[in-house]
Design a protein around this ligand. Structure first.
Ligand code: NOJ
Length: 546
């Protein structure tokens, strides 16, 4: 990809895709790399700049691939390294970059390193993991998979010791105090960078090191090592990026940007539940609060924002009261809950209401940060709460109304997961082909948002300034960049609202970015309008040169 755009990620739109779920090219019931390659035209048509591909490494799939048993290969069901090379080339040819998941914190217990480590105390791999004779160490570290794990220590009979794990017991943590581990993981990253990828979504990075008397998260040692990785990338693969998965408060995630010398990007976890909260309450307060809590980041860094992903809608970063409220409002059936979150997709969470779904996407595309779309959400796919763990939000992509929603030609029993069959989320109602034909579809709307967003780098690079409006149901802000201001006004409520805004700093006649109409009635920042329930408007003012 072009070396001329070092800050390409600041204005990029991302698409998160699960290879297994996207398209099955060889009729074995699992999506695969050639299948994803075949569907690149669709992704290009949507306007996507960068794909985030979820783990495709060999894995016993106890955590859907976040449990890697070989860092240097591809899970046979998904394809081969050659097919991955082909995918990268085909994507780059279309101007689409690719970042892949890098799971640094742990391996699968099936990984050969762990097997050797447990079998022999003198194996060089013993010290690749964290062992103890008792369960007494690191007591202040919280348990993340609360529904299944009782402790971060598990006993291994063969090893005759406990081993440390922050996630499932089948995912032993690597020991980053061991220089060999640090070196090896750098080499793993080099291996994939050399194949031509454009960076990594780095999984679970707060937990790399453990220290007694701390909660074992965000430790200085962790930051020091991550800076080493960044330095390797800058020297050996400039233009490639690191995206941090740190489910933490903004002040803590801020540390992962360093002085612009650690991560290029970081997910903004706490903003996400507050978007849902503000929308359901018809009150901007919590969303505005978290944006205000977000510290500035270095010029060469960018937040990544999202509405949903492959995990539960996490409620780790809200108060206990807000968590209970979110569960009550968004997870009325107890089966919708998991750990500290909600295992549902975007469209069902919003009652499949097109107006609300459009508004929430408009928020995603106008708030600071680069937006990520979770595969299937651009067509409003549903979920299946009967499936195990978080699998209910990872069902096959719905391409058309044919057999298996066009995902695979195999018999339905052979699919890795069943297609969503319940109306209104079944393929008859939700599929790509029909939505491509319908100008009013969610897919076409999303495509339009992506296009507008990319034509206006103010969304990616501008600052945010709140507009002064007393009614808490109205969330209005300005995004300013160079000589341009985009005024964004959202009605978060189910009522009709009259909005009056005077922004004397703005001059000229704005353009409504969605309808592309010029709006002389809003000249010089005098805005007076009526918004329908959940309606939004984006107005672009350009300062003319004096
Ligand atoms: C975060 C990933 O998003 C999640 O799916 C996984 O279970 C954990 N990290 C452990 O790797």
């Amino acid at each position: 990809m072009s070396q001329k755009q070092p800050l390409w990620y600041k204005n990029a739109v991302f698409y998160q895709v699960n290879v297994r779920a996207f398209f099955d090219s060889n009729q074995d019931g699992h999506g695969d790399l050639p299948g994803l390659t075949q569907k690149l035209d669709y992704i290009q048509n949507l306007g996507i700049d960068c794909l985030w591909i979820m783990p495709f490494y060999p894995s016993p799939l106890k955590d859907d691939g976040y449990d890697i048993s070989d860092f240097y290969n591809i899970e046979a069901k998904y394809g081969t390294l050659d097919q991955f090379r082909t995918l990268i080339q085909a994507a780059h040819k279309r101007g689409i970059r690719i970042i892949i998941d890098m799971i640094m914190n742990h391996t699968s217990d099936q990984h050969d390193w762990f097997q050797q480590a447990r079998a022999d105390r003198n194996s060089p791999y013993r010290d690749f993991y964290v062992w103890s004779d008792t369960k007494d160490k690191y007591k202040e570290a919280r348990i993340i998979f609360l529904d299944t794990e009782e402790s971060n220590w598990s006993w291994d009979d063969l090893a005759q010791q406990y081993y440390w794990h922050r996630f499932y017991a089948s995912q032993p943590d690597l020991n980053y105090d061991n220089p060999k581990v640090r070196e090896t993981m750098l080499d793993v990253m080099r291996f994939w960078l050399k194949l031509g990828i454009d960076g990594f979504r780095a999984d679970a990075i707060p937990y790399l090191f453990e220290r007694e008397g701390t909660n074992c998260e965000n430790l200085p040692e962790t930051h020091a090592y991550l800076k080493e990785i960044r330095s390797m990338i800058d020297h050996e693969y400039p233009n490639c990026i690191l995206l941090a998965e740190a489910n933490q408060w903004p002040q803590k995630v801020r540390e992962y940007f360093g002085d612009g010398d650690e991560f290029h990007m970081g997910f903004h976890f706490p903003v996400m539940p507050r978007i849902f909260m503000s929308l359901k309450k018809g009150d901007r307060t919590s969303l505005q609060w978290i944006v205000d809590q977000t510290p500035p980041i270095p010029e060469n860094c960018q937040w990544c924002i999202f509405l949903r992903n492959h995990d539960e809608l996490t409620l780790e970063m809200v108060t206990e009261g807000d968590r209970q409220w979110m569960w009550q409002e968004y997870a009325p059936d107890p089966r919708m809950k998991i750990n500290l979150g909600i295992r549902r997709r975007l469209a069902p969470l919003l009652d499949n209401d097109p107006v609300k779904i459009r508004l929430i996407n408009a928020l995603l595309f106008s708030l600071p940060g680069a937006p990520i779309i979770y595969y299937g959400d651009e067509i409003g796919m549903g979920d299946n709460i009967l499936l195990f763990d978080r699998n209910g939000v990872r069902t096959p992509m719905q391409w058309d109304q044919s057999l298996n929603a066009g995902f695979s030609q195999t018999t339905p029993e052979k699919l890795y997961a069943p297609i969503i069959t319940q109306a209104p989320f079944d393929p008859e109602h939700v599929n790509v082909t029909d939505q491509l034909k319908n100008p009013d579809s969610l897919l076409n709307f999303t495509q339009r948002l992506v296009k507008i967003r990319k034509q206006n780098s103010t969304f990616g690079s501008g600052n945010l300034e709140w507009c002064n409006i007393a009614d808490l149901a109205i969330l209005a802000f300005k995004r300013n960049y160079h000589n341009e201001t985009i005024v964004v006004i959202n009605n978060l409520s189910d009522g009709v609202k009259e909005v009056r805004l005077k922004e004397p700093g703005l001059s000229g006649i704005p353009t409504d970015l969605i309808s592309l109409q010029s709006r002389p009635d809003f000249k010089n920042g005098n805005i007076q309008l009526v918004l329908d329930p959940y309606q939004f408007i984006w107005l672009k003012y350009e300062k003319l040169d004096d």
